[in-house]
Every structure is written in C-alpha cells, then in structure tokens.
Design a protein around this ligand. Structure first.
Ligand SMILES: NC(=O)c1ccc[n+]([C@@H]2O[C@H](COP(=O)([O-])OP(=O)(O)OC[C@H]3O[C@@H](n4cnc5c(N)ncnc54)[C@H](O)[C@@H]3O)[C@@H](O)[C@H]2O)c1
Length: 282
C-alpha cells in the first residue's frame, strides 16, 4: 500500500473495491475511479481457472493496475481472490476495511465469457456451473460482504458489470447470457431491498468492448480463440452488429461507472444502463 498526495474529484475521499481489476474494463474503471479521487482495493483471481478457455489476468497485470492508480494519486491495496471463494473474498474485504477504513463503492466486474460456440443443450454441467458461479454468484458473494457495511453507514453504490447479454439473447452463449440476465435480476431485487437505506445498486451493461493494448483486455480475443477464428474477423462481426458501426471502448464503460459510483446518479437505483452503441435498442 502506497500513499500519494490527494486531489479533488467527484469521488474524493471515497473508497472503492473493483473486482477483476487486473486488466480490461476493471483496469479502466480503477483508473477512472483513481483519477476522480477514490482510494482503491483492487481484487483479481490473478491466475488461470480450470474450464476458462483463455488466460485470465495475472499478478503482474494486477500490480500494473495498482501502479497506474497510484500514479493518479490513489492509495491502493491489491489482493488476489477468486470470486468463487467466500473465504478469499472475506479476507480481501476484511483487509480493505482494516487498511482503508470504509467502502463507498463496489464495482463487481470480475467475469468470464467462456466457452463460446456451443448451443444451450451442448453445454455440460461444469461449463454451466462455472459461468453462473463467477458471473452471477461471484457478484452476490461480494455484495454479501460489503453491503452490510454500507447499510451501517447508510450510503453506498454497487455497480454490477453485466452485459448486453444481460438484456438480450446471444446465440451460442446460453450460460453467459443466463448468468448476466441473473445479474440484472439480482441488481433489480437488491435495489428494492435497500431502496430506503441510501445504498444504491445498478447494472452497467457494456456491448462488445475493444481489447485495448494499454488495458490488456482479453475478452473479445478469448471469444475469437474459442470460436477458432482470427480476432480481427471476430471484431469485424461485432462491429457489423453495432448500429454505430464502432465498438465501445472500456473507457466509455468506465465513464458510466464513475457516474453510477458518484452522487451525480443519486436518483438512480435498480437501473440497467447500457453502454453498447445502440446494440440493444433494436
Ligand atoms: N469485453 C467485452 O466485450 C464485454 C462486454 C460486456 C460485458 N463485459 C463484462 O465486463 C467484465 C470485464 O470484462 P473484460 O472484457 O475486461 O474481460 P477480461 O478478461 O479482460 O478481464 C476480466 C478480469 O476478471 C478476472 N476474473 C475472471 N474470473 C475471476 C474470478 N473468478 N475471480 C476474480 N477475478 C476474476 C480476470 O482475471 C481478468 O483480470 C466481465 O464481467 C465481462 O463479462 C465485457
């Protein structure tokens, strides 16, 4: 943990947890939160998981996210935890409260999109369970640990990173689509549970996001690998499917995350905010 000089921003003196922070959208959200003045607990499994069809974030990538956030003035804690493990998460959240004192914002971003290319009936038990365990139950597990603390303080913002697959169907992604629809359902129900308490819960639904080199994101490349087609061809398929004919950037997603995390969105709970270039509008 390193302390640097503070600066004023929309999240000044707030503390945020970001899961899946080693790279991609998680890194983009972490950098934006740091730039707005938040201190950060960055959590990632930082290891490969059996059943995932592409390499996940690494310890070095998580350290890099931490370093980049510190350069923006944030106090940063990095922790390795698998969102499938209640014990690892309890240790990480406990360390966050001990070292950073509070949690104002939770960005539940850790997620997998694997495997791809199979119809619903072609998935086996393990393929189904993995996606639900990480993409849906993982977010609920972190909420279970963090929300009681937010309720005690009467304030907090939970941002669940779902997907357009949380609002429309994607062929050959039944397990991912079901898990992300479930995450949208969890978001809506929890928002009602906490509506009078000052704790807000919203879902952020990106469309297909470019794998940007400086963020080291791997999801689109991973999907292309699983489908056995070149990444640029897969990217073109997604571009052709966008009304705007361009893919969303992880920084576009991070901008929406900042708005949901900050008091600017205080009138919003149970929201399902798409950042998808109009994909789900049709
Ligand atoms: N990239 C896209 O096109 C896209 C579109 C819509 C939604 N999303 C969602 O955004 C989130 C981030 O995706 P991304 O594109 O940055 O992917 P990514 O694979 O680049 O990054 C995901 C991060 O989550 C971590 N992670 C995976 N499983 C974990 C686990 N069990 N415990 C802890 N950490 C774990 C990985 O190590 C990795 O660092 C995911 O929830 C994804 O479903 C992505």
């Amino acid at each position: 943990m390193t302390t640097s000089p503070r600066r004023a921003g929309r999240l000044d003196r707030r503390v945020a947890i970001v899961t899946g922070a080693a790279r991609g959208i998680g890194r983009a959200c972490a950098l934006a939160l740091a730039a707005e003045g938040a201190d950060l607990a960055l959590i990632d499994v930082a290891a490969d998981i059996p059943g995932a069809t592409y390499p996940l974030g690494t310890a070095a990538q998580l350290r890099m996210t931490g370093r980049l956030c510190e350069e923006r003035g944030a106090t940063v804690l990095t922790r390795h935890a698998d969102v499938r493990s209640p014990d690892e998460l309890a240790a990480a959240v406990g360390d966050t409260l001990d070292r950073l004192g509070r949690v104002d914002v939770l960005v539940n971003n850790a997620g997998l999109a694997t495997p791809a290319g199979l119809p619903a009936h072609g998935l086996d038990e393990d393929q189904w369970r993995l996606m639900v365990d990480v993409d849906l139950t993982g977010a609920w597990r972190v909420m279970r640990l963090v929300v009681p603390h937010m309720l005690d303080r009467g304030a907090g913002s939970v941002v669940n990173v779902a997907s357009t697959a949380g609002v429309v169907g994607y062929p050959h992604f039944a397990n991912y689509t079901a898990a992300k629809h479930g995450l949208v359902g969890l978001t809506r129900a929890a928002a009602l549970d906490y509506a009078t308490s000052g704790v807000r819960v919203n879902a952020l639904c990106p469309g297909s996001v470019r794998d940007e080199p400086e963020l080291e994101g791997r999801m689109l490349g991973g999907i292309a690998d699983a489908l056995g087609i070149p990444a640029d061809r897969q990217e073109q398929v997604f571009v052709d499917g966008q009304p705007t004919r361009r893919l969303v950037s992880a920084h576009d997603v991070a901008n929406a995350c900042i708005w949901l995390a900050s008091d600017e969105s205080r009138g919003v709970t149970g929201g399902v905010i798409t950042v998808d270039g109009g994909y789900s509008a049709r």
